[in-house]
Ligand binder design. Sequence first.
Ligand code: PHE
Length: 345
Amino acid sequence: MTPDSPLTEQLGDIERALRAELSQAQNEDALEDVRVRFLGRSGEITAVRRTIGKLPAGERPGAGRIINDAVAEYETLFERRREELAREALEERLRQAIDVTFPGIPPLVGSIHPIRRTMDDLLAYFERRGFAVVVGPEIESDYNNFDALNIPPDHPAREGLDSFYLRPDLVLRTHTSPMQIRVMQRNPPPLAIVVPGRVYRRDALDARHLYAFHQIEGLLVAPGVHLGHLKGALTGMCREVFGPQQSVRFRPSFFPFTEPSAEVDTTCPACGGAGCRTCGGSGWIELGGAGMVHPSVLREVGYDPDVVNGWAFGVGIERVAFTRHGMDDIRAFVENDPAVLEQLA
Ligand code: PHE
C-alpha cells in the first residue's frame, strides 16, 4: 500500500476532520463526544477497520499497521487538546482569582506606640541626669498606695469610688506614688528615681479620661532639696519633649503626701500661651501634681526629715503625648487603629 492509497487518503481525511472538531471542542464533555465519534466502537475508525476484511490477505497486515499508526496519532491529538483545555481552564480560574491590575495591599510596618515613645523621651531626660528608672507592681497594698503616703482612711481617694479594689487590702494602684514608699523603704538617702507605669482609676471613659493610663513618678531625696530644684527639673523635662520655649507654672494644690503641693502646668505648645482650643483658652496645659515630700512620709520610711528632704512629681504620660500630637480624643491611644498609630509614628 502506498502513502496515497485510498486507505491513507481516507485516514488523512479523518485526521483533518478530527483536527477541526478538536479545535471546536471547548471542554472535557465535548472532547469525549468527539472521541466516541472517531475512535468509539461504532465510530469512524471502526468503519475503516471493517474495510480491511475486503482487502487481499497479503495487504491486510500492512493496512492494519497503517490504521494503528493513525489511531496512535489521533490519540496524541486528543491528548494535546485535553492539555490545552486544562491549561485554559486553569488560566481562566487564575484570572478570576487574581486580578493582577488590582492595587496591592502594602504591608503594615510596626512603630513604637506614642505612649511608649513619650515615656521613653521623658525617662531619657532624667536618666541623663543620673536618675534610676525603676518599675513596680500594678497590684499594690493599700498601705503603699494610701496609708504610707499619708492618705488617711477617711480620705475620698480611699473610697471604692475612685479605686479598683481586688481585696480589702489590695488595690490596682491609683498612682505611681506607692513606688516612692517601696524604694525609700529599701534604700537609704540620697536617691533619685523615675518610675514609669500604668495606673488605674474608676473614671468614666471620655475624650479626656481613661480608666487605665500611665504616669511617670519622679522622686529626689537629699539634704537641702527645695522647690526650685523641682521646678527646674520639670521645666527641663517639658523643654525636652515640647521645645525650648516651654515654661512651667505651679498652682497651689493639695496632696496628703507633699507639702507644699502644686498642680504642674506647662505652656500650651499649640498656641505658645496665647490661648486656643487645645488649652481651653488658658494658654496652659496641666500635666500632673508635684510638691515637697511630706515629713510624715519621710518618717514613715525611716528617713529623718531634719536631715533630708525631697521633691516628688507625678505626670500623666497620656497628657503629654496627647498635647504633643495635638489630639482631641485620648481614647485613640488604646483603640490601636493602625491608621491613627501610623499617623502618630
Ligand atoms: N500621685 C499624684 C496623682 O496621681 C501626683 C503626685 C505625685 C503629686 C507626686 C505630688 C507628688 O495625682
